[in-house]
Design a protein around this ligand. Structure first.
Ligand SMILES: Cc1ncc(COP(=O)(O)O)c(C=O)c1O
Length: 396
């Protein structure tokens, strides 16, 4: 009795690993969770206060479907301040999390049969969303030799008359790799000569390291902006995953289409969260630097320890809070508890033997890898490395 579209997608594997880890935890097992994609910090005080004030001031009624004017003014100013982009209020729509922003953008533009190019490894939800819209995902494989980035030749080789969209996640979940301005320009050159949208998911924009300079794709060329659907949000940069605020900046007709969809499905994002989001986007930004400093230290430590383990190699990412090590040397082996044929088996070995929860690369369309999140305390990372080494000794 279920709709066919449900059979086309599977439950988010990230959630599946997290659920198994939670089950073990509820049984009293001390699991170190490196599977989740959220900062372990609390939402900064000034932002929490803005949320509390919103309740006290009775900002608890319906707002404009596309988000309050105040919030969209703050987002427009942020896009100018950080990205040198000019978007007016009619070109911005706020949704309940960047996940909804991505989904609504796809629903608004992708027809059944349209092709959407997605470089792998990809964020797990992109292909599922394309499938729900009736579109066809065209996967382009990348690896650490090309820093997990799609190059112009690869892009050219998959463009057809049915191509409707390219999705770029920059910096990337799961690999943390980020495109330089030059690399984006090379992609932009192709996009400008063709007729499709580029959905850029820039939710990890603020989390970049080692003097890497983030460039927002739409800022490269005014013509490019007309083809760009820019998604961003506050979940990762301001430790606000539970507040559910994301936004899309795009040509007005795309925003109007998203607005229509949103008006008949979820309506606007929470009025209270929208008010807090103004403080996040327009308020003091030093909170980001504090978190970034901590992420930087963890990344250095974790990367160094991980790559000193025999048989494991890893691309040193420019951004986000993930490492995506290559563990293929440990595949087609067996451990004391199971056969280790693929990254899922490897993840299960780590969960049951070492009580570390990680996400197998296969979940992101890339076998032979794992995604490890370092959005957890240094103490947990120390312990995770200790347990990981012990668990690897049990694989032959
Ligand atoms: C690449 C990417 N885009 C979008 C999202 C969704 O973020 P939000 O919590 O704002 O829905 C995530 C969250 O994991 C993500 O990793």
């Amino acid at each position: 009795m279920l709709a066919d579209r449900v059979n086309e997608i599977c439950a988010s594997p990230t959630m599946m690993v997290a659920a198994e880890a939670k089950k073990l935890k509820s049984e009293g097992v001390d699991v170190i969770d490196l599977s989740m994609g959220e900062p372990d910090f609390h939402t900064p005080h000034n932002i929490k206060d803005a949320g509390i004030n919103a309740i006290e001031e009775n900002r608890t009624r319906y707002t404009l479907n596309q988000g309050t004017n105040e919030l969209r003014i703050a987002i427009s100013a942020k896009l100018k301040r950080d990205n040198n982009l000019d978007y007016n209020l009619n070109e911005i729509i706020v949704s309940s999390g960047a996940k909804q922003s991505v989904y609504n953008s796809i629903l608004a533009t992708v027809n059944p049969g349209d092709e959407v190019i997605i470089p792998a490894p990809y964020w797990v939800s992109y292909p599922a969303m394309v499938s729900l819209a009736g579109g066809k995902t065209v996967v382009v494989d990348t690896d650490e030799k090309t820093c997990f980035k799609i190059n112009p030749e690869q892009l050219l080789s998959v463009i057809t008359s049915k191509t409707k969209m390219l999705i770029l996640c920059n910096p990337s979940n799961p690999t943390g790799s980020a495109y330089s301005k030059k690399e984006l320009e090379a992609i932009a050159e192709i996009v400008l000569k063709n007729n499709f949208y580029v959905l850029v998911d820039e939710i990890y924009e603020k989390l970049v390291y080692d003097d890497f300079e983030f460039t927002s794709f739409a800022s490269i060329d005014p013509e490019l902006k007309k083809k760009t659907i820019l998604v961003n949000g506050i979940s990762k940069s301001y430790a606000m995953t539970g507040w559910r605020i994301g936004y899309t900046a795009a040509p007005e007709n795309v925003v109007n289409a998203i607005n229509k969809i949103q008006s008949h499905t979820t309506s606007h994002a929470s009025s209270i969260s929208q008010h807090a989001a103004i403080e996040a986007v327009a308020g003091p930004q030093y909170v980001i630097s504090e978190m970034l400093e901590e992420f930087r230290n963890r990344r250095e430590y974790f990367y160094h320890e991980l790559t000193s383990i025999k048989g494991i190699t890893c691309y040193k990412p420019e951004g986000a809070f993930y490492l995506f090590p290559n563990i293929s040397n440990y595949l087609h082996t067996k451990s004391n508890i199971l056969k280790v044929e693929n990254s899922f088996d490897f993840a299960m070995h780590l969960l049951y033997e070492a009580h570390i929860a990680v996400v197998p690369g296969s979940a992101f369309g890339k076998e032979g890898y794992l995604r490890l999140s370092y959005a957890t305390s240094m103490e947990h990372l120390h312990e995770a490395i200790f347990r990981l080494k012990k668990a690897l000794n049990k694989i032959q």
